[in-house]
Ligand binder design. Sequence first.
Ligand SMILES: *[C@@H]1O[C@H](CO)[C@@H](O)[C@H](O)[C@H]1NC(C)=O
Ligand SMILES: *[C@@H]1O[C@H](CO)[C@@H](O)[C@H](O)[C@H]1NC(C)=O
Ligand SMILES: *[C@@H]1O[C@H](CO)[C@@H](O)[C@H](O)[C@H]1NC(C)=O
Length: 381
Amino acid sequence: MQNLFFLCLITCLSVFDSNIFIAQAVTSRSEIAALKAFKSSIKPSSIKPGSCLASWNFTVDPCSTPRRTYFTCGLTCTPDSAHINQITLDPVGYTGSLTPLISRLIHLVTLDLSENSFFGPIPFSLYYLPVLQTLTLRSNSFSGSIPLAIKSLISLQSLDLSHNSLSGSVPVSLNYLTRIRRIDLSFNKLTGSIPKLPPNLSELAIKGNSLSGPLQKSTFERAYKLAVVELSENRLYGKLEPWLFQLPSLQQVDLANNRFNGIEIWKPVRGRSSDLVAIDIGYNKIQGYVPANLSAYPTLSSLSLRYNLLRGKIPEEYGESKSLRRLFLDGNFLNGKPPAGLVVSGKIFAGSLGNNCLVGCPASSELCKPAQKPTSVCKKA
Ligand SMILES: *[C@@H]1O[C@H](CO)[C@@H](O)[C@H](O)[C@H]1NC(C)=O
Ligand SMILES: *[C@@H]1O[C@H](CO)[C@@H](O)[C@H](O)[C@H]1NC(C)=O
Ligand SMILES: *[C@@H]1O[C@H](CO)[C@@H](O)[C@H](O)[C@H]1NC(C)=O
């Protein structure tokens, strides 16, 4: 076997079976060693028969083709069969640590270990993979922090470390990742504030952590392409300022379940249309009035401000909106009569104006359920 290997190094072509000529693979030895280390740091009992890793048998070359028996899945090679360019494991519950030798796979473009049970730190060396574009470690048990060194992943376009046990702060160096378009760090144990965002970012999700602080304008200053912002279930506080909703590419904002206490909305910037479709700011501590200016956003179809401390009337403009399809204003202290245009049947597909202090919300309208607050509660408010 060893001899065959060296022969192939020289000829790169050999006879396979009796009559098929194929280009015999010569995977880089250092990469084979890294793959072996990768497999051997995974608990053998978690490598089930029929799984991708069970087919990784190093008596054959990982990149040799055709791969009928061994290395049937879990990795792909560069067209010259010399390098591993992708590891995408099947989600079968592999458990173990991720070897630092992974950094030897310097041609790796995609690393996806999602929905397994890897634990321990993400090895520091991983952050030096020069052509890595997609890093997906979603739904494992990785712990430790995300180091500043992440800025060395200069080719990175998509980072998904959601559903792990990562702690510490969101590294300020993310800002240097000029190609990154998607970041998902949701459901970890991250603390601190949100650092300045990189310029190509389109989707940011850091739901279900312990982030705190107000949303700073400087954080979003260069985020011209930001379309999706999901920061629900954190400890963010302060006032939501008009610039946030005027970000030029913004489509969806989810800030539910935080501690925001105020909101100010301006109309979309003159001459520039807005693509804002959905806003969820439910379950905060927002005081003041329901922002009438939101009705000037031409494509806004879903709005939740439920369970805040809003008072005053529901703006008449909401009744005239042609785009609103979901409207949740329940669980506030809104009073007066709801705009007639709103409770017209069929206009709003889903929503609630219930649990407020409204009068004349027709009981026949689904939108008026559940019942309003008792008068005694409303009088106190
Ligand atoms: C690996 O491949 C060799 C050669 O085909 C074979 O003898 C051996 O049983 C294989 N090992 C496993 C674990 O399948
Ligand atoms: C955005 O990404 C593209 C290619 O991925 C790159 O050419 C461009 O320079 C990036 N933009 C910025 C502002 O860095
Ligand atoms: C509505 O938006 C305009 C600017 O578009 C602003 O001047 C005004 O103060 C806003 N109204 C409220 C109540 O915030």
